[in-house]
Structures are given as structure tokens and as C-alpha cells.
Design a protein around this ligand. Sequence first.
Ligand SMILES: NC(=O)c1ccc[n+]([C@@H]2O[C@H](COP(=O)([O-])OP(=O)(O)OC[C@H]3O[C@@H](n4cnc5c(N)ncnc54)[C@H](OP(=O)(O)O)[C@@H]3O)[C@@H](O)[C@H]2O)c1
Length: 264
Amino acid sequence: MALEKPSASTTVLVTGASSGIGTEMARQLASRGHGVTLVARRADRLDSLAAELSERHKITATAIPCDLGDPIARAELIEGLRAGPALAGLCNNAGYGINGRFARNDADRERQMVELNVVALHDLTLRALPGMIERGTGAILNVASTAAFQPLPGFATYAATKAFVLSFSESLSTELSGTGVSCSALCPGPVKTEFAAVAGSTMSESLPDFAMVSAEEVARQAIDAMESGNRTAIPGMANQIQALLGRLAPRSLVLPLAGRVSKL
Ligand SMILES: NC(=O)c1ccc[n+]([C@@H]2O[C@H](COP(=O)([O-])OP(=O)(O)OC[C@H]3O[C@@H](n4cnc5c(N)ncnc54)[C@H](OP(=O)(O)O)[C@@H]3O)[C@@H](O)[C@H]2O)c1
């Protein structure tokens, strides 16, 4: 079994639940009856989402403000969870990108991006998996991106972090076979959230509507993947084609095109 049936004695931890895809994943998990543990830095947003979900769906929603870029805060978060309900699922969703030339970007934000998108996701997975394997059930959902399928000049570090997430998740998915625990990689293309504003990117403004998938639909496919234990989910036909081309096309073709798309 991957994501087990909802129970009062379990919860699903969603990182980056204060905005965008994470908020929608929390909403949809709660609507399917799961207790949720909401993590991000903005406490006010987490508190109001927790209140909304527990009131509407009669589930337990707990808000835990935490800067996941801080290793000590991460360790405290996991330690604190030991006293609560067992983890039925972990959605490693918190992440951000920076649009611009690597050498000109703010060095601290670049380092923090690797710490959040890669190290925190890796750390939370390390800490959550033993308990899941012991219980013989659990679902990890790691949010990658279609940026994982090829390098992306203009988003160099971001694409590299997401390539890590995809590769790591695909390997784990196979290693976990037979344990009752699944690991799925979610690879969205452009989604209207706060992502573009945080990244300083206008890329999605020039994209046609068919290239965009809503945060609700992305979240729905994410939770479906956790329930079925699917290895990957790439929401949207255009994104599936892009992922295939990114994997197969020669780099000499992909790199200049990708640089133009990301407005390098
Ligand atoms: N939107 C897209 O086009 C797109 C496409 C492909 C993949 N993705 C991926 O989808 C995931 C969600 O992004 P989104 O589009 O929903 O963007 P978003 O609206 O900007 O949400 C990002 C979330 O991450 C949280 N976060 C950022 N830094 C954090 C930190 N240090 N500690 C804890 N939480 C932190 C934010 O909360 P606080 O600020 O409150 O901490 C927020 O809840 C990301 O991994 C992103 O890379 C997005």
C-alpha cells in the first residue's frame, strides 16, 4: 500500500503549505479525509488554512511554522512530530527558483535554494522513511519540475536541484518496492502561483493557456500518485511532450532553446 486510508491516528506532512501547489495539496488531502500537518515560514497563512480545513472537513490540521532552510529547525520539526500521529505521507513541496545568470545572482539566495530544494527534501525523507518502512505503509511525494528533464540556462541552479529531486525519487521508488512505501516525483510545468514573483521571472506571462495547468489540477494528480504509488506524475499533455523532448533531444538543440524560453 502507498498512501493508506485516512485515519485519526495518522497525518500527511505538507511542506510549503502556505501558498500555491502546497496549499492545494493540503486542501485535497483534507477533502479526502486525511489529517494534515502544514509547514512553511508564514505562520498566519498556515493558521488560517489549518482552521479552514479542520472546520470544513472535520479532520485534524496542525500548523507548524518552520524555516526548512535551517537544519536545526528541520531537526526540531521532525523531533516534535514523534509525539504526534504517525506520518502516512510526506509531501516535500517547499521550493523556489531564481531567474537570471548564476554569476550575477545573489549568492546567499543561491545557496539557500540548494539547501531548501535539495538538502531539506533529502533530510526530511531520511527522517521520515524508517518509521514508514517499519509500519509497512507510507507515501513520499517529492515536487520536482519539468525543469528536471534538461538543463535550463537562466534557471541553472533551480533546474539542477530539480534534476536531483527527480533522479533521487526515481531511485527510491525502485528501492522501496515491496516495503509498502512509495516515492513519487511530481513534475509540473508552469503553474500560476507565487513561484514566478519569487523567482523574478516573467516567463509564464508569454506562455499560451494550453501550457498552463492549474494548481488544483497539479495537486489532484499529486495525491492520485501518492495513492497509487506511481513513480512520476507530469500534469498536462504539453508538459509530458516537453519532458520527453528534454530527455531525448540533443543538448546542442535544447540549450539555446531553453535559454531563450527562460529569457536569459
Ligand atoms: N509554479 C510553478 O510554475 C512550478 C513549476 C514546477 C515546479 N514547481 C515547484 O512546486 C513547488 C511549490 O511551488 P509553488 O509554485 O506552489 O510556489 P509558491 O507559491 O511560491 O510556494 C512555495 C512554498 O514554499 C515555501 N517555502 C519557501 N521557502 C521556504 C523555507 N525556507 N522554509 C519553509 N517553506 C518555504 C513557501 O512558504 P513561506 O514563504 O511561507 O515559507 C511556499 O509555501 C516548488 O518546489 C516549485 O519548485 C512550481
